[in-house]
Design a protein around this ligand. Structure first.
Ligand code: S3P
Length: 429
């Protein structure tokens, strides 16, 4: 893994368009690969995680062709995959492993799913359990990958998810699509709804209430053409970077603004950002818009993130915590225990790296309290080969005293290979 030196910046200025949303790209790859017909996607995610999903779907019989920069054509298997000869490698991607488990559990054949060291430590019981209730035959290794699926006929269920997880919900819906009755998933906290929207776009009937989603099987899926919205979780790094400088001005074009993901903009606004959203458009029910961010003259205040907000902002919490010392009132995060079972233990690594940069921070089992009005100094950052930790501390480094070395910086390519180039483009030094 390679390291990267980040120099402090004077300001953030520019206009960007970001590669496609990782969550939506995963779903389009899975559903396009499973549907009947030929789908075309533009602005598809350039991250290694979505490449893992495409590779798995190829191994299962879909035909994937890269038809242009960030453009993908997928010929689907029309509802019946071909069991591969070798294990399906999900790389670093929890989304791939969890969602594909639901897709494959009702198919014929034996499937083994493997991942890298990080993914092989992540909890998979959360998908095995509901799928087993549907009749699936799934074997884990001590609660983790490698995971083996003996495909079999499944029955519909009504399931309340014990942890808020869009991946688990999606896994159940993909299995439910292939049963002979109606499957319902109930959530205490509404998680991102890209699967529901994508299933509808591919022609499936999905019904929703405030806290549940139902799908009846069996339903065929039909190919679509779609443009993937820019990734708001990738944008989070630049939006937070812009907040570190009073004179900053950043515009992000065609950014995904699905309401289950755009909570970030509300939190940044309450922290002290001035945000305007223009040119709202909709493509297959996914919203996009042009987002402009500047800072209010008063600077950054404080924010407390807890309850449902923590689940909705789960991928943005590391960068919010990393800029917290530069606020006046600090940032307090609770109810975010899930951060401990992401690509790394993100609570522990954020605390460790903030301390390495000279900050005071209190760590809780389910969050962090980072006081404001602290100045940071450059340090050596342990990214844990976790893309979001590497990028979060590259942002914190922009206002630190001295240079910061990000160890394992190339892990950014898991979701955002262009991150460092774009950061250099908007950071004035
Ligand atoms: C994702 C859901 C979240 C998120 C992950 C992507 C998705 O995980 O952290 O980066 O695409 O459904 P959980 O479902 O485990 O909360």
């Amino acid at each position: 893994m390679s390291d990267r030196l980040i120099r402090p910046a004077r300001n953030i200025v520019g206009s960007l368009r970001l590669p496609g949303d990782k969550s939506i790209s995963h779903r389009y790859a899975l559903l396009g690969g499973f549907a009947e017909g030929v789908s075309h996607f533009t602005n598809f995610s350039t991250g290694a995680d979505c490449a893992s999903t495409l590779a798995c779907m190829t191994a299962l019989g879909a035909k994937v062709t890269h038809t242009g920069p960030n453009a993908v054509e997928i010929t689907g298997v029309a509802g019946r995959v071909t069991p591969p000869q070798s294990p399906l490698d999900c790389g670093n991607s929890g989304s791939t492993m969890r969602m594909i488990s639901g897709l494959l559990a009702p198919q014929s054949g034996t499937f083994t799913l493997i991942g890298d060291d990080s993914l092989s430590r992540r909890p998979m019981e959360r998908v095995r359990k509901p799928l087993a209730e549907m009749g699936a035959r799934i074997t884990l290794t001590d609660g983790h990958a490698p995971l083996t699926i003996e495909g079999t006929t499944l029955r519909a269920i009504d399931y309340a998810t014990p942890v808020p997880s869009a991946q688990v919900k999606s896994s159940i819906l993909l299995a439910g699509l292939q049963t002979a009755a109606a499957t319902t998933v109930r959530e205490a906290v509404r998680t991102r709804d890209h699967s529901e929207l994508a299933l509808r776009a591919f022609g499936a009937e999905v019904t929703r209430t405030t806290n549940s989603v139902s799908i009846s099987g069996p339903q065929p899926l039909h190919a679509i053409d779609a443009a993937v919205p820019g990734d708001i979780s990738s944008a989070a790094f630049f939006l937070c970077a812009a907040l570190l400088f009073p004179e900053s001005s950043l515009v992000i074009d065609a950014l995904g603004l699905n309401p289950t993901r755009a909570t970030l903009l509300d939190v940044l606004t309450s922290l002290g950002a001035r945000i305007s959203v223009l040119n709202l458009e909709e493509n297959h029910s996914e919203l996009t818009g042009v987002v402009q961010i500047t800072q209010r003259p008063e600077g950054l205040g404080s924010v407390e993130i807890s309850g449902a907000l923590s689940a909705q902002l789960i991928d943005e919490l590391p960068v919010l915590a990393a800029i917290a010392p530069y606020t006046t009132g600090g940032i307090r995060i609770r109810d975010a225990k899930e951060l401990r079972v992401k690509e790394s233990d993100r609570i522990a690594l954020v605390a460790k790296n903030l301390r390495a940069m000279g900050a005071e921070v209190t760590e809780f089992d389910d969050g962090l309290d980072v006081p404001g009005n602290q100045s940071l100094h450059g340090a050596t950052i342990d990214s844990g080969d976790d893309h979001r930790i590497a990028m979060a501390f590259s942002v914190a480094a922009l206002r630190a005293e001295g240079e910061t070395l990000i160890q394992g910086a190339d892990s950014a390519a898991i979701s955002f290979p262009e991150f460092f180039d774009l950061l250099d483009r908007i950071a004035e030094r």
